[in-house]
Ligand binder design. Structure first.
Ligand code: HEC
Ligand code: HEC
Ligand code: HEC
Length: 131
């Protein structure tokens, strides 16, 4: 009887130990993975949403920027309408970076983390962009 109890207890301990990584993962789920980025636009009225959903932006912002540039430069189409009917200028500096004004703790932090280095700022930081 006594032995049986010990075996069961031992089995339970064994099971808990061997599944520890799974529990740890479940507990850490929310804040695991990824760089720490800061989104500072939330206090600005009407600026609590990106031009697309967060997941779409995380996955597609590079393509969106390319599309915007092409449309502006080739077709002079400068206005973007969001799915929910808001309008924005198709502009890296005057739209993206106006909202995400903390480039260093947002764009940069994420890009350093994933190891990309967009060359856009060679030109787009120059004063002529703010004419
Ligand atoms: C009107 C303000 C505003 C504009 C303009 C804007 N953003 Fe955002 N952006 C936000 C907010 C607010 C969030 C967070 C959305 C959320 O939490 O649902 C966000 C989220 C994102 C994310 C996802 C971050 C993450 O946590 O995965 C990326 C990437 C991003 N924006 C890039 C851009 C780029 C590039 C542009 C220009 C094409 C842009 N944003 C324009 C306000 C803005
Ligand atoms: C949540 C993380 C994250 C945030 C925040 C973020 N980016 Fe990115 N960005 C990425 C990733 C990942 C790539 C690389 C995608 C690939 O290589 O397919 C990328 C690529 C890019 C590229 C293309 C670069 C290249 O060489 O192909 C541009 C342009 C860009 N991001 C602009 C921005 C701007 C502007 C902001 C801030 C307004 C921003 N990103 C914020 C994750 C992020
Ligand atoms: C060699 C200089 C140069 C580089 C590098 C560059 N751009 Fe541009 N970009 C320009 C010029 C010039 C325009 C035209 C400005 C206008 O007509 O308003 C422009 C326009 C744009 C526009 C539309 C207008 C605006 O105000 O933003 C977008 C979006 C854009 N570029 C995104 C990018 C992105 C994203 C990158 C990096 C992947 C990039 N550019 C790199 C020079 C450059």
């Amino acid at each position: 009887m006594n032995d049986r109890g010990k075996i069961v207890a031992g089995l339970i301990i064994f099971l808990v130990l061997i599944t520890t990584p799974i529990w740890m993962n479940l507990v850490a789920e929310g804040d695991a993975e990824g760089p720490e980025i800061e989104i500072l636009t939330k206090d600005v009225p009407g600026q609590d949403k990106c031009v697309k959903s967060k997941t779409e932006m995380a996955a597609q912002h590079m393509d969106l920027l390319n599309t915007w540039r092409d449309e502006v430069v080739r077709s002079k189409a400068r206005v973007y309408q969001t799915a929910d009917g808001r309008y924005y200028a198709k502009s890296l500096t005057h739209t993206c970076l106006k909202c995400h004004s903390n480039k260093d703790k947002f764009c940069d932090r994420c890009h350093i983390y994933v190891g990309v280095n967009p060359y856009c700022w060679d030109c787009h930081n120059e004063p002529k962009e703010f004419k």
